[in-house]
Write a protein that binds this ligand. Structure first.
Ligand SMILES: [Zn+2]
Length: 505
């Protein structure tokens, strides 16, 4: 049985989702869980794009030992040098070089002839080969490129040293049968294709990313590029969890060995949702809240009698199981440390100590803490690193026939800034108004969502905020027992992201 290589681009293409910006340490935590799940390649960023991207690629390349780590580079020396600088001390580095090959991209975007693009691609791969033998070459917008042009180009880049040839459906235009034929054509018409692997990178603009990827695998591709929860540019990328579970559940049909640890999937999905602030729809395949829920009586009855009547997958396979682990006020450092390791977070000693102090405070109030509550503590600690404004005090006054008023104290550069503001649109809006006034920023709220994530009266409320600042979109989220505090923190996170990345991207 052959095996499919899983190339994860959550941290590069996924991070290009509108509003998503991950800190290097947040990316490292996701990378560690991807390593545990046993992906083959992690694309950690686009080193030349920003100092943050460079740092994330460097950090992940140095820390992750069992998985290949790659960084993206356009087909020029400067990009390749920068990518290699980030990757060079890693255990398994790969350089990923790309150039657009479709007539429309070459003419309008690159303003180059096909001959010039061909030459530039081959030269770039030759240049990268001075650094490493592990080179992936991508023909951007391949699905809208001339097949004959691709065949000749691939032959030469393979000769120049490319080990992986990636065929992206960059704009999500392909349909399965046609995309499969493109792969088949490459397999049959590129004379030296036996020296390279064929990879595919599909986008989901028509909802066909997973279908196109599977069709490609059946026609000779052996690597699929995916992102957790299917995040990525526009409608996103091929979803990691859907590809792995399709291959796993339909082993009878696909003749591929699945070596990934599927039980990491639920955790990974949750971690990516938490750290990116990108919520997924309830009916999302595999990882949506309703993916294993049965509503119709006939279905429920069937599942109780025999699970497989209406379930093709067991929730436990993706790691969804009753979590028996509960921490309480008597739990000490050791228990908390084990608990955090179980959640697959890796923290510095300093961060751990800070979380421990907050944990003790919360456990005094709540007696028993669920994993999700511990995770909320971890996330707010990880995010602290880029906090330019810190929430120090919050008070809200509201009621029927009262004009809601919020008073906030925010700390910036060791100075406490205090203001109060009111709003006819409710207490949450009053909080946001106050933050706008203190920061002096023109922040526009785009969306606001709140979910109860644990049960009972002392449930945690998780707030997701999307805001636009200076025309850029930012996502923020926070989980607290007090929803006014969660709202303030989520909104403030978008402000902090804006301040942190200002000038960078
Ligand atoms: Zn892409």
């Amino acid at each position: 049985m052959s095996r499919v290589k899983i190339f994860d681009t959550t941290l590069r293409d996924g991070e290009q989702s509108p509003g998503v910006s991950l800190l290097p340490e947040e990316k490292l935590n996701i990378a560690r869980l991807l390593e545990k799940l046993n992906v083959d390649v992690i694309e950690a960023g686009f080193p030349i794009a920003s100092p943050g991207d460079f740092e994330a690629v460097r950090l992940i390349a140095n820390e992750i030992k069992d998985v290949e780590v790659t960084g993206l580079a356009r087909a020029n020396k400067k990009d390749i040098d920068r990518a290699w600088d980030a990757l060079r001390n890693g255990t398994n580095p790969r350089i990923h070089v790309f150039i657009a090959t479709s007539p429309i991209h070459m003419k309008y975007k690159l303003q180059k002839s096909a001959g010039e693009v061909h030459k530039q691609a081959v030269e770039a791969v030759k240049y990268a080969a001075n650094y490493t033998k592990n080179i992936e070459f991508s023909a951007e917008d391949a699905s809208r490129s001339e097949p004959e042009f691709l065949y000749r180009l691939f032959e030469e880049v393979i000769d120049a040293g490319a080990r992986v040839i990636n065929i992206p459906d960059t704009v999500g235009y392909a349909v399965p049968h046609e995309f499969g034929n493109l792969i088949k054509g490459i397999k049959e018409n590129v004379s030296n294709i036996d020296r390279a692997e064929i990879s595919v990178h599909c986008h989901n603009d028509l909802g066909l990313a997973v279908a196109n990827s599977l069709e490609a695998l059946e026609n000779g591709a052996s690597q699929v590029e995916v992102a957790v929860n299917g995040i990525g540019e526009r409608a996103g990328n091929t979803a990691l969890e859907e590809i792995i579970m399709a291959l796993y559940t339909r082993k009878d049909y696909f003749d591929f060995e699945v070596v990934q640890d599927t039980t990491c999937i639920a955790r990974l999905s949750k971690m990516v949702t938490n750290l990116t602030g990108m919520l997924i729809q309830s009916n999302k395949a595999i990882v949506g809240d309703n993916a294993f829920a049965h509503e119709a009586g006939i279905h429920q009855d069937g599942v109780i009698k025999e699970r497989t009547t209406y379930e093709i997958m067991d929730a436990r396979t993706i790691g969804l199981k009753e979590n028996k682990l509960v921490l309480g006020k008597h739990s000490g450092r050791h228990a908390l440390r084990d608990f955090i390791a179980e959640l697959n977070y890796d923290l510095s000693e300093e961060n751990f100590e800070k979380i421990f102090v907050k944990f003790k405070k919360l456990a005094d109030k709540k007696k028993k803490l669920q994993p999700i509550e511990i995770e909320a503590l971890i996330n707010s600690q990880l995010k602290k690193k880029n906090n330019i404004y810190e929430l120090k005090y919050l008070s809200v006054n509201t009621g029927i026939d009262l004009l809601p008023t919020a008073t906030l104290k925010l700390e910036k550069d060791n100075k406490v800034l205090e203001k109060a503001a009111c709003s006819g649109d409710g207490p949450i809006d009053a909080i946001f108004q106050t933050i706008n006034e203190i920061t002096g920023l023109d922040i526009k709220l785009q969306s606001y969502r709140i979910n109860a994530i644990t049960e009972g009266r002392d449930a945690l409320g998780e707030v997701y905020v999307k805001s636009s600042i200076d025309g850029k979109i930012y996502l923020g989220n926070s989980a607290q027992t007090d929803i006014t505090e969660a709202s303030a923190r989520a909104y403030l996170e978008t402000v902090n992201k804006h301040m942190y990345y200002k000038g960078e991207r």
